[in-house]
Design a protein around this ligand. Sequence first.
Ligand code: MOS
Length: 745
Amino acid sequence: MSPAIGATLNRVDGRFKVRGESRYSAEVSVPNLTHAVVVNAKIASGRITSIDTTEAERAEGVLAVFTHRNLNRVATVPRLLPSLAGLAAPGQTFFPMQDETIHYGGQPVAIVVADTIERADHAGTLIRIEYETRPPITLVDQAREQAYVPERIFGGLLPGHGSRGDVAKALAEAEVCVDATFRFAPNHHNPIEPGASTAVWDDVDRLTVYDSTQGPSAVQFTLAELLGLPPISIRVVSHAVGGSFGSKAMVWHHPALAALAARQVGRPVRLVLTREQMFTSCGHREEQEQRITIGAGADGRITALRHHKLSLTSPFDDWAEPSLQSAAVAYVNPNYEGIYHLVRGNTITPTFMRAPGEASGMFALECAMDELAERIGIDPLELRMRNYSDTDPESGKPWSSSGLRECFQRAAELFGWHDRDPRPGSRREGQWLIGSGLASALYPVTQPVNPQRARARLYNDGTAVIEAGVSEFGTGVFTAMTQVAADALGLPPERVRFVGGSSDLPNITAAVGSAGTSAVGSAVHLAACELRDQLIRRAVGDDHSPLHGSDPSRVEVRDGKMVLRDRPDVGETYADLMHRTMTPDVEVLGTWNPPPQDAGYGVHTFGAQMAEVAVDADLGVVRVRRMVGVFAPGRVLNRKTAHSQLMGGMLWGLGQALLEATRMDPRMGRWANASLADYLVPVNADAPDVVVDTVEMPDEKVNPIGIKGVGEIGVVGAAAAIANAVHHATGRRQYELPITLEKLL
Ligand code: MOS
């Protein structure tokens, strides 16, 4: 690979972003624009008995007020299918404002459209709504006895339970047994840019929606079904996205509500969710508890693992974030049982949130592993090594690549792990109890279900445009794609431009589950390679080319010039060939067919996390002092953006460990802290010394560019390393996240 891959290339969109020139979905300039404001249910369960919009309709600047009585119905609500399928991907199978029933707090009940957002907002306060209220269920504890085991979860993609061997027998016979139950507060994504849609009907059946999304094509297909239109009638554009973290992975109601309202008022409609609405409109990480039971021999070798999860889902969908996938395969374990239990409550359907599933599932496993190490009296790092599995314990197939051992070795060096005194409470600096902890990081390598496409076009001046329908939601994917294409074409990155952010471009699955860059990158790579090879074939077949008659496999491209590999003085540039043959441009569509899910290997991404904390002995305050994360994500396309992703993930883990919690008020069935002032996330003052490193192991079994993804793995294990460090500092195990100070008093 040329230096373009792996190099630190600054974000190609960085200049636009820092100069305020990026156009977000709520900033696109559209003539004749109107503004919509959604009014939300004040109750969490019941029905609307009366709704009076007279005063709102009379308010200044108001064009229309919609409720379930006059908003046009949606045609069909598509099945819940993760956006990975490349099909319609609604966040839930319930669509609001179709009747008077209220299923959850914050459910949309009215939309006001006015000439300014302020007037729409004001008119919304003039709507009078009466409800008949039923007591809501919003906490697991309120409905524990109604728990059921779903047949499938996650839009049907994953089974609700799984097992191998005989877990009950193995646990009964185990020499050592750790049994622990962990509780997790609900979490919200809180991207800086809220959900936002601008809907413009060009004609009665031609719709353009500017939408803040992780998957423009997913929005296109979802709107097509909701509105009863063919996909050709809908264009979804997402020029820039101000963060997402899973909140924009599935398609929620606001783009469809904006489109419905726009069609009825006959003018373009802009709908921007408020910060508070972000807590009830785009899903969240559900409240959950997980019980882990590990059986092991006296030498620490795991003989059995039981992993049960209980979580709250909506009245409509069997959603659980898949917390049992990585824990099931992290270590040798011949006897296994994993079961999801769900209780239905008055909530929107939960959704993907960064490191969906594994942020919680691996927390439970890795804290239990720390306890096992303590019980057996061995170093927690040694315990991981003793139980390392060369093969996927579920399928018995070898890993496509692993790197777990290398990651731990490197992390231990960077952290100074081996200098540690293992006794809890053994280190004190004045008021502060100091401790360190570690955890394995694992995250599944998710393959898209459908073929992925990208287009590559080379112009006769030797510049290239690469196109695919991905959006840039902060991962640096446009930059990485510039590098992948430059590498394959043999061009410097500054002569390549990547264009994404529209459903008119070749279809790419929504970027979820750390699979975004590998999906689009594989298609871009194949398109660019085929384009390069076409030009090489043309050159060797052309009498006038210095390469005439050469073996195409001996030709490579350097800086836009096709040359013989062993005689780089012989050759010609793309531009010369194209000018001579009167070719303005050449274009290729590349298609990547992802490997089947049952290929001959197990696929997972691995890493190692270490953390050092200081706990105030009197006040219980936990400060994270240092974090080290080393990951083996396959090939690294861009050191800077990849390390930034991983570091951001680790800081998410810090937030999960110590700060993040959305608090439910069960009397009202509403979130009590739905604001950035009350929902705590780490800020720079909380961010310790964070060291990120990667062990590069290109994995060409998973895809042609050899990458496994960096979006989620940085989160996984970070909170467990911190919780284990808190135990090491204080001698007190932590079974509930976040670890707020009262838990240490
Ligand atoms: Mo990502 S949280 O799987 O959208």
